[in-house]
Design a protein. Structure first.
Length: 340
């Protein structure tokens, strides 16, 4: 069973997040080194206008030493400009560089202090808006395909939340515009961080069947009304997912095997099935509620670009070969074939 005792903070990665503080510090450090180098080059180029009380000459090392103590406002005064040209260079180049260096130093310090608060604010605002969303547990091949289908059906990326323990998977999710939660989706804390209590659906697309069962059990415990759909590798585990609370279970290995078997004898049938599974292109299967004025003869719900396949009435699926499909009623849901 999932670990109920862990209270470690759960990491949430939001899409479009700014670079981390260490990346920002690294960029600013490079800019600071560039400023020091610029002042050293200017000083060495006009080395005749500077005096060094030690030996009266300015070497390359002296130029970098002068640049460092000047830029950082340490200012020991041992090397100083004495000619008009050197003082002019100090006025128009060195002094602005010193001011910019101070701005970088103060700005970096303030940004480090504010970074955690800003990220906490972004997460809090994201969580407040999180309602009626879909959670995708696992962002592998199945999870990414599920997201593409959901978006193809009109889902918004901001209403999709990925849970995955793998850093590369979470980075791929945020790159696709999705929020990502780090951790094991069978953990209560991780599911709660993803807002499972307010989720309208949970997609379980992990690689192991036992993990899928644990995720389904935990998600169903935390939200009794959400729709849970899961994928399993072995057909013998389908009943375990249903008993755990899954509304729909897809057997990935069996489905792939059936497609392979069909392809050997009827490859065109496989192409049609692939077309049906590709949202927004060619043929699509859609489910919708019976609209106003459609009650009565089922032929009224069909158009030139649609074909009635089935209806769902009081939780029962009525196929096209059932005589009851001839009449539509208020509250029915229509399953139809459409051209993209």
């Amino acid at each position: 069973m999932p670990d109920q005792t862990s209270h470690k903070p759960v990491a949430v990665q939001l899409p479009g997040a700014e670079a981390g503080p260490f990346q920002k510090i690294g960029r600013r450090l490079l800019l600071a080194l560039a400023l020091i180098t610029l002042v050293a080059v200017v000083s060495y180029a006009g080395r005749g206008g500077y005096t060094d009380p030690e030996d009266g000459q300015m070497s390359v090392l002296d130029a970098f030493y002068y640049s460092t103590v000047t830029i950082t406002t340490t200012g020991y005064g041992d090397i100083r400009p004495v000619s008009d040209g050197a003082r002019l260079a100090t006025t128009i180049i060195v002094t602005p560089a010193r001011v910019l260096f101070l701005i970088l130093l103060v700005g970096t310090t303030l940004e480090i202090l504010a970074e955690r608060s800003r990220q906490a604010y972004r997460r809090a605002r994201w969580r407040r808006r999180l309602k009626g969303h879909t959670i995708i547990c696992g962002y592998g091949t199945k999870g990414r395909a599920a997201v593409r289908t959901l978006i193809g059906k009109g889902g918004r990326p901001e209403q999709l939340v990925v849970i995955d323990a793998r850093e590369n998977a979470r980075l791929a999710a945020t790159a696709d515009g999705l929020a990502a939660v780090a951790g094991d989706a069978s953990s209560r804390e991780v599911l709660e961080e993803a807002g499972v209590g307010a989720a309208s659906a949970v997609v379980v697309a992990v690689d192991r069947d036992d993990t899928a069962v644990l995720i389904t059990l935990t998600a169903r415990e935390l939200n009794e009304s959400t729709t849970i759909v899961a994928a399993v590798r072995e057909e013998e585990n389908v009943h375990l997912l249903h008993q755990s609370g899954a509304d729909s279970v897809i057997t990935s290995s069996a489905a792939a095997g059936r497609l392979l078997g069909l392809s050997t004898e009827t490859p065109q049938v496989t192409e049609v099935l692939e077309d049906l599974l590709t949202v927004g292109e060619g043929l699509d299967i859609v489910e919708r509620e019976v609209g106003p004025g459609e009650e009565g003869a089922a032929s009224g719900a069909a158009g030139r670009d649609t074909m009635l396949l089935a209806i769902v009435r009081d939780g029962e699926l009525i196929r096209f070969d059932d005589e009851r499909i001839a009449e539509l009623r208020a509250g029915d849901r229509v399953v139809e074939l459409r051209t993209g």
